[in-house]
Ligand binder design. Sequence first.
Ligand code: HEM
Length: 522
Amino acid sequence: MGVLSTLAQPLQPVLLELSALPTPLYVLILGSAILVFAVVANVLQQILLRDPKKPPVVFHYFPWIGSTVAYGMDPYRFFGDNQKKYGDVFTYVMLGRNMTVCLGPHGNEMVFNAKLSEVSAEEVYTNLTTPVFGEGVVYDCPNHRLMEQKKFMKFGLTTETFRSYVPLIVEQVEDYIKKSPFFKGPKGTASLSKIIPEITIFTASRTLQGKEVRDALNGSFAADLHDLDMGFNPMNFLMPGIPTPGNRRRDIAQRKMARFYMDVIQRRREDPEQSKDKSDMVWNLMDRKYKDGTPVTDRDVAHMMIALLMAGQHTSMATTMWIILHLAHQPKLLEQLWQEQLSVLGNPPRPLAYEDLSRLPLHNNVIKEVLRLHPPLHSIMRKVKSPLVVRGTPYTIPSTHYVLAAPGASARDSRYFKNPSIFDPSRWETQTNGAADENEEMHDFGFGMISKGTQSPYLPFGAGRHRCIGEQFANVQLGTILATWVRLFEMELPGEFPEVDYTSMIAMAKAPAEVVWRKRDY
Ligand code: HEM
C-alpha cells in the first residue's frame, strides 16, 4: 500500500487536470489509466518479485482475471502448454484465486492422497453442491459423515442389485428407442445431445431410485430436475449466492424434489408391499444409523438421493455420448463389437445378463478407452489448509492457494500411453492402468477397502477419500447401454468428429453431436 501511494504522488497534478473534463470522458480516461497501471504493476510483480519457494505463476497481463479464459477454453491445452514452460507444478490465476496445478502421477498422488489437515474438498465444492443436493450431506457435513454416507451408498451396490439392474436398463433403452420420435423408420439422423441425457436419467432413476421416481420423470418431476440441474453451473462455483432467477428456481425445485423423496419413503414405510422390488437405493438408505447412533433422517436420505442422481447423471451421460460418437466414427469397431456379442452370446444374441458384461472384453475396453480420452471431470480441486511441500522441488504451496489435479492430462501423455491421441481400445489388451498394478496400496477411508491409486496416470474415478463410489454402477450402466445400442444400430458420423465443450464443468461433446443410424436387422 505504501509503495502504491508513493508511486501515485507524481500523478496528482494529472488527476486534477482530468477532473476538469466532462464526466464520461474523465471516467473513461481515469479507468484506462487505472487499468494500464494495474497491468504494468501486475507484470512487474511477476517479473521482479518472483518467490523461488512458490510454484511458478503462469504469465498473465490482467490481475484477478489471470488465465481464466485460456483455461476455460481448453483446460488440457492450457495444462500441456504450461507444463512445457514451467514443469509439472505451476500456479495460474482464475478470477482472483491462485490455482496450483499438480500434473503427472505424482501430482495426482499429491492432491488425491493429501491428508485431511492439508486440503479440503468441501471448501471448494459446497457453494455449488449444497443448494442443489440439500443440507446435511456430502460437502455440507464433516468429512467423517461423508465417509459414512459413501459407505451406505457403496454397500447398497451389490452384485445382486447389479444383476437386477441389467434387464431394467435394457428395458429402458429399448422402450425409449421404440417410442422416441428421433428413431422413427429404418434409418435417420439423431442428435445425441437430446437423446443421451434422457436415456441416462431413465436408466439411472429406474435402477438406483426405484419405479416411483422413474414414473415421476414422465411428469412434473422432470421439470424440477431440469431446474435443479441448471443450478449446477460454473457461475455458482465461482460466484456463490447470486440471487438470479435461475437460482431461485433451483431452490424451489430442490425443496419439491426432497419432499417427493420423503413422501416415497413415508409411503414405503406405511405399506412395504407397495414396492416389492427392494433393490434400489431408497430402500438401502432408509432407517439407517450413523456410527455414533444418530439416525439418518428421511431428509438426509432425500438429499443423498438427489446427490446420487446428480453425481451419476452428468458423468455417465458425457461418457455415453463419447462412446456412441467413437463407434459412429469407426463403423469397423462397431462391427467388431457386434461380432463379439454374436460369438459370446449366440446368434441371435441371448438377452443380456449381468454376468455377460465381463465376458465382453472389447466392450469393456471401449469404455476404458473413452474414459482415458474423455474423463468427464477434467479438473479436480481442493482448498489448501496448511502449506503443502512439493516433493523433489524447492516449492511449498501456501494455504491461500487451491490445488488442482488433472488425471485426464496424464492419461493423454505419451510418457504413459503410446500414441495417446489415438482412440484405440485394443491398447487395453496389454496395457494396465499405467501404475505398478500388482503393488497397489489398499486403504479404508471409511467406505470400504480401496486402492490408494498411488501415482497412477489413469484415474477417471479419482482416488483417495473422495474416490468415486459409483464406478461399478457406472460400468454396469455404460456396459449395458453400449451392448444394447450395438444390437440396435449400425452407425456413422454425418460430418467431423465433434469438438469438446468445456463450458460446463464436464467435458461434453459439442451439441448437437449427431449420428446417422440404421436399425440392425437380426
Ligand atoms: C463414468 C462415470 C463416472 C465418473 C467418470 C466419475 C468420476 C468421479 C470422480 C473423478 C470422483 C472424485 C471427485 C473428487 O475427488 O473430487 C467421483 C466421486 C464420486 N462419485 Fe463418481 N463418477 C462417475 C459416476 C458416478 C455415479 C454413477 C455415481 C453414483 C451412483 C457417482 C457418485 C460419486 C460420489 C458419491 C463421489 C464421492 C464424492 C466425494 O467423496 O467427494 N459417480 N466420481
